[in-house]
Structures are given as structure tokens and as C-alpha cells.
Design a protein around this ligand. Sequence first.
Ligand code: FES
Ligand code: FES
Length: 134
Amino acid sequence: MNYSEAVMDHFTNPRNVGEIENASGCGTVGNAVCGDIMRVYLDIDDDGIIQDAKFKTFGCGAAIATSSMATVLVKGKTVQQALEVTNKAVMEALDGLPPVKVHCSLLAEEAIHAALWDYAEKNGIMIEGLEKPV
Ligand code: FES
Ligand code: FES
């Protein structure tokens, strides 16, 4: 399988691995079929800006690379802008993924959405365009 240099870089040297204590929002998603799990933590300030993002992923190299890139992309963004960090945007930033690995990148998008939902719920707010994670 051919992985881009960016994927290999984020797989071998993932950014933002870890946890955030008392995170503003935390989301865990998984693929029930294979058992892969991804958890994303967001630290969001009073202006709704994502100050920090961390992740833990139990999954393949592509899942680790996409979680890493997704956390890099959401940092510094508003919660609204973070919705634009879709799996497509993450894949583009990684210069693509092999077709059989595209579904792994969905976990990253779903985990960010779940963390944003958790944040919105805790604060009693609505984020326009964000749907409740299943
Ligand atoms: Fe589990 Fe790809 S096989 S997410
Ligand atoms: Fe399971 Fe990618 S996360 S195959």
C-alpha cells in the first residue's frame, strides 16, 4: 500500500497524543465491526476558540495519522470553523489516503463532532450545523 509522506510523518510522529484534564469537550467514537476506537479532547476558551486538542486512538496507522492531522487542523479555530475539518479536509491535508483506508478518516471527523457536541451540551448552546452523534 502506498502512503503519502504526510501520512507516514503523522503516523510515525503523531501530534497531540494524550488527554486533556477537565476538557471542555470530549468525544469517543468507534467502529463496532473492527473495534477500533478514537477519543478526542478539546480545550475551548470563553470566546469559543479551540485552544488545544488531544487524541487517543486504538486503530491502524491511517487512523492515527488522520487523528493527528485533525487535531492540528482544529487548533486555533472557532467551534463553527472546526466543523469544516471534515474527513475530506483531513485527507487533503495528508495528500490522500488509499481507498481502503478512507473509512478510517471518518473516525476523526466523528470524534471531533462528538467532542463538540459534548462541549455544546455542557454549556447549553447550539452549534449551527452540528448533528447529534449516534
Ligand atoms: Fe476498523 Fe477500519 S477496520 S476502522
Ligand atoms: Fe481500523 Fe483503520 S482504524 S483499519
